[in-house]
Design a protein around this ligand. Structure first.
Ligand SMILES: [Zn+2]
Length: 116
């Protein structure tokens, strides 16, 4: 028996998360960010800036990848413009973008200390 499913599940065009509702293409969280003027800043991506920061921090693509939960080859691919990060990745990238070098290194240390 065909049961009609109400299409109320939307995919957020900001972060890619699924959410309920159809009034907006952004989830409530992103709507909030947009109101605060933060969304545009978070979703902005520059391959050059990524590479610059990684070099400044003295990190390999693999290590930088750990900070944003992707592989080293994904980082390299973004840096040369072969692929572009998805919005969900851009959220993670924005978090690292705001980090200082000591903060980034500390975070990597924490990640590694979990590999028991
Ligand atoms: Zn969202």
């Amino acid at each position: 028996m065909a049961k009609k499913v109400k299409a109320s599940q939307e995919r957020c065009s900001g972060c890619g998360n699924s959410f309920k509702g159809r009034a907006t293409k952004l989830c409530p969280n992103c709507t909030f960010l947009e109101e605060e003027g933060l969304l545009k800043d978070i979703l902005r991506f520059s391959a050059k800036a990524l590479r610059q920061q990684r070099k400044q921090f003295g990190l390999s693509a693999e290590d930088y990848g750990k900070l944003v939960f992707v592989s080293g080859s994904t980082i390299r691919s973004w840096e040369v413009g072969k692929t572009s990060p998805r919005n969900s990745n851009r959220f993670a990238l924005a978090g690292v973008r705001d980090m200082s070098k000591p903060e980034a290194l500390k975070m990597l240390q924490l990640f590694e200390s979990e590999d028991v």
